[in-house]
Design a binder for this molecule. Structure first.
Ligand code: FES
Length: 168
């Protein structure tokens, strides 16, 4: 089979329709100044994360350097450069939550899922992150799973049961 890889990384990206979808978007915003964030957001939406070959493709198509793309992708928490789990678990480590024991919540989640901060479980079900203030300090300590908020988690024994709900 012919390898159509245009970036010499050995991938078959031109066989992957997602690159064509991304190219269509890039072409549509080509004339828009400061379009890099929009392109990265679309790429994240299409691929689920921003692997190196996608960053390389964007660099080739937009002329933005790999260093700049990588810098943006790793600075903003909305972007991921490794695959994300089906469910995103965010434990708030803002001041109010921290004072109320957020570290214990984080430790319990990491122990239950056997991952590090920023890690994804081997079954790709959960990705765990420590977050900044989620804007509901009165409910501290707080954890979010996807769009669900779990408040007042002083008793970390409830955490395994909460996680279990997302395993079904
Ligand atoms: S510090 Fe956790 S919600 Fe504000």
């Amino acid at each position: 089979m012919q390898n159509d890889c245009a970036c010499n990384c050995g991938c078959n990206k031109t066989d992957d329709p997602r690159f064509a979808e991304l190219k269509t978007f890039i072409d549509s915003v080509k004339e828009v100044k400061g379009n890099t964030m929009a392109v990265l957001q679309e790429a994240q939406h299409i691929f689920g994360y921003l692997p190196l070959e996608v960053q390389r493709y964007i660099s080739e198509e937009t002329g933005v350097s790999m260093a700049e793309l990588y810098g943006i992708a790793t600075f903003y928490s909305q972007f991921a450069i490794t695959p994300r789990g089906k469910h995103h678990v965010g434990i708030c480590l803002g001041t109010a939550c921290y004072v109320k024991g957020a570290q214990k919540v984080l430790d319990k989640v990491l122990q239950e899922l056997d991952v590090n901060v920023g890690g994804t479980t081997p079954d790709s079900l959960f990705t765990v992150d420590a977050t900044r203030c989620l804007g509901c300090c009165g409910l501290a300590p707080v954890m979010m799973i996807d769009d669900d908020v779990y408040a007042n988690l002083d008793d970390t024994d409830v955490i395994p049961g909460i996680l279990e709900k997302y395993r079904g």
